[in-house]
Design a protein around this ligand. Structure first.
Ligand code: ADP
Length: 163
């Protein structure tokens, strides 16, 4: 069984992430989206909320599993019997960081390979952080995220403004 892991913060999932999954889903028997709990990044959505949004927006693909993940990525890959990491690539900045990470992961676990998928030209400028910032200031982000995410961003904004 060919299993790949797509790790990331997904805070929240955007159309750019969904597009990467739509294009890689036919290449694997199963893709596990691993929602990373990054202690250094201030998150808007809890890991559980992010998992629920990813499940809702990728259910149509049929071979996507979503889990929260903490710890070393290569240990997680071993546990899941996966040897492929999927990452999206938007810019030279992504390239520098991603190539470095892929080399570290290969040193840690030589059988692991990272595949990089170029972002669709429509989504190159789309980032979770940009979406959050615009949405929190009242901007319309509906062209950048799935409908479920627009709905949950509105709900967060209402919760925050009620405080
Ligand atoms: P991380 O904190 O690990 O960068 P993100 O959720 O920001 O988590 O991104 C997860 C992966 O998705 C990364 O490989 C990132 O480059 C990719 N990605 C993010 N936004 C887009 C996009 N708009 N198009 C394609 N890939 C993207």
């Amino acid at each position: 069984m060919k299993i790949a892991v797509y790790p990331g913060s997904f805070d929240p999932i955007t159309n750019g992430h969904v597009d990467i999954l739509e294009r890689t889903s036919p290449l694997f028997d199963k893709i596990i989206v691993a929602v990373v709990h990054n202690v250094y990044k201030q998150a808007l959505f809890t890991p559980e909320e992010r998992v629920a949004l990813i499940e809702e927006t990728t259910g149509h693909l049929g071979n996507i599993e979503v889990e929260c993940f903490k710890g070393l990525l290569v240990d997680y890959l071993k546990e899941k019997d996966a040897s492929i990491i999927i990452r999206g690539m938007r810019s030279l900045t992504d390239f520098e960081y991603e190539s470095h990470m892929s080399m570290i992961n290969k040193k840690l676990l030589p059988e692991v390979n990272t595949i990089f998928v170029m972002a669709d030209s429509n989504y190159i400028c789309v980032s979770s952080s940009g979406v959050k910032e615009a949405a929190m200031l009242g901007g319309d982000v509906s062209s950048m995220v799935p409908t479920a995410v627009t709905r949950e961003l509105k709900r967060k904004l209402e919760q925050l403004s009620a405080k």
